[in-house]
Design a protein around this ligand. Structure first.
Ligand code: PLP
Length: 382
C-alpha cells in the first residue's frame, strides 16, 4: 500500500514493542547485548556501535521518507558528511562543491581532507557549462558533486536532476545535503542523486534538542561500504538522540507546512521594507531559482536570508534587537532564530570563494504566530 508522507512518517519503522505492546518503540539505552552462547545472539544486535534497535527504527523511518533503501544515523551532520566523503573518495579524488555551501562542509574539505589528497573545486552548479568544465578534467580517484539546495545561507536553488544528468555522464556521483528542504519538501534520490545527507539537528529533529546526522542511499554496494565505515569508526548517534529524532520526524509535515507559510509571510514583509536591500527566499517570484524550486520542491522552506541596508554594523544591530527571534546559530527548530552568517556560521570561510556578505542576516523562521514574528522584525528594523 502506498501511504502518504505523514502516514509513513508516523508508522515506518515504528513497530509496537512485541513484549509490552507499547505503541512507541522503546529507547534501548544499552551498549551491549547478552549472548546465549559464544556467537549465539538473541537478535541481530551484539554491540551498539555496530547496531542498536532505536537507531534502526529511526533509520528505517528516514529511509522510507527519503525513498531510499538504507539510512545511517550518525552523531552529527558533519559526521554524516565525513562518512560519505571517506566512503566515496580516495587520494586523487575531486569534489565539485556548490559555491554557497555550509561553512563546515567547506572547512572539512579544504582544511582537513585536502591533506588526504582530495581536491575541492568550488563552482556554480546551477550553470551546466560550469559543471561540465569542472568535471571534464581527469581525477584518478573519481569525482563527487556536492549539492546543497536550497543552499546555506543564500537559499540558492539548483536543479538536482540536471546536475545528476551531467555528473553521471562524467561517471561522478552526486550527494545532496537535503538539510534545508527536509524529505517532506524534496527527495533528491528520486530526482537522480546517489546520496542524501542530513543534519538531523535541524528540521528532522525539529526541536533544537539534539545534534545528529544521517546518510540515505539506494545503491546496495554503497550501503555496504557506508555500513562498514560507520561501524569501523563509530559514526553513530546515541540511542537517546535517535529516539528524539524518531519523535521529531513524526510531526515533520505539519511543522514544515507552518514553517513554509510563516517564511513566505516574513519574506514578503521584508521585501517591501525600506531598510532591507535584498531578500533571498525561493518562494518569492523575484528569486532566480523560483521556477526550479516550484518544480522540484513541494513548498519553499522555512529559511529566509536578507541584506540590511547600512552594512555590517546595522545588520548586527538588527540581529541583536529582536526578541521573538533568538540570536543563535542552527535552524529548523520550532523557535525562530536569527544569525549573522559572516560572523557566526560562516566565519570559517571568510576570505575564501565561499565567503558571504557581511550585511547578510539569516532567519530560521519558526512556527510561532506570524503576527508576532513580523512585529518583532518590524521593531528590530526600526
Ligand atoms: C546545510 C547544513 N549541512 C550540514 C550541517 C552540519 O550539521 P551538524 O551541525 O549537525 O554537524 C549544517 C549545520 O548547520 C547545515 O546547515
Amino acid at each position: 500500500m502506498d501511504h502518504g508522507f505523514s502516514t509513513r512518517a508516523i508508522r515506518a519503522g515504528q513497530t509496537p514493542d512485541p513484549v509490552t505492546g507499547a505503541v512507541v518503540p522503546p529507547l534501548y539505552l544499552t551498549s551491549t547485548f547478552v549472548q546465549d552462547g559464544v556467537g549465539r545472539m538473541r537478535s541481530d544486535y551484539e554491540y551498539s556501535r555496530a547496531g542498536n534497535p532505536t537507531r534502526t527504527a529511526a533509520a528505517t523511518q528516514l529511509a522510507v521518507l527519503e525513498q531510499g533503501t538504507q539510512a545511517f544515523i550518525t552523531g552529527s551532520g558533519m559526521s554524516a558528511t565525513d562518512l560519505v566523503l571517506r566512503t566515496t573518495l580516495r587520494p586523487g579524488s575531486r569534489v565539485v562543491l556548490g559555491r554557497d555551501a555550509y561553512g563546515g562542509t567547506t572547512r572539512l574539505l579544504t582544511q582537513v581532507l585536502d591533506s588526504w589528497g582530495i581536491e575541492t573545486i568550488v563552482a556554480d552548479l546551477c550553470e551546466a557549462a560550469v559543471l561540465e568544465e569542472a568535471l571534464s578534467r581527469s581525477a584518478s580517484g573519481g569525482q563527487l558533486v556536492w549539492v546543497e539546495t536550497p543552499s546555506n545561507p543564500l537559499l540558492q536553488v539548483c536543479d538536482i536532476a540536471a546536475v545528476a544528468e551531467v555528473a553521471h555522464t562524467h561517471g561522478a556521483r552526486v550527494c545532496v545535503d537535503n538539510t534545508f528542504a527536509s524529505p517532506y519538501l524534496q527527495n533528491p534520490l528520486v530526482l537522480g542523486a546517489d546520496v542524501v545527507v542530513h543534519s538531523t539537528t535541524k528540521y528532522l529533529g525539529g526541536h533544537s534538542d539534539l545534534v545528529g546526522g544521517a546518510v540515505v542511499v539506494r545503491d546496495e554496494e554503497l550501503a555496504e561500504a557506508l555500513k562498514l565505515l560507520q561501524n569501523a569508526v563509530g559514526y553513530v548517534s546515541s540511542p537517546f538522540d535517535a529516539w528524539l529524532l524518531m519523535r521529531g520526524m513524526k510531526t515533520l509535515a505539519v511543522r514544515m507546512d507552518r514553517h513554509c507559510a510563516n517564511a513566505m509571510a516574513v519574506a514578503t514583509f521584508l521585501e517591501q521594507h525600506p531598510l532591507v536591500s535584498r531578500v533571498h527566499y525561493p518562494g518569492l517570484p523575484s528569486h532566480p531559482g523560483h521556477e526550479t524550486a516550484a518544480r522540484q520542491m513541494r513548498d519553499f522552506g522555512g529559511m529566509v536570508s536578507f541584506n540590511v541596508a547600512g552594512g555590517r554594523a546595522e545588520s548586527i544591530r538588527v540581529a541583536e534587537s529582536t526578541s521573538v527571534f533568538l540570536l543563535a546559530e542552527s535552524l529548523g527548530g520550532v523557535e525562530s532564530l536569527v544569525e549573522h552568517p559572516a560572523a557566526m556560521t560562516h566565519a570559517s570561510v571568510e576570505g575564501t570563494a565561499s565567503a558571504v556578505d557581511d550585511d547578510l542576516l539569516r532567519l530560521s523562521v519558526g512556527i510561532e504566530d506570524i503576527d508576532d514574528l513580523i512585529d518583532d522584525l518590524g521593531r528590530a528594523l526600526a
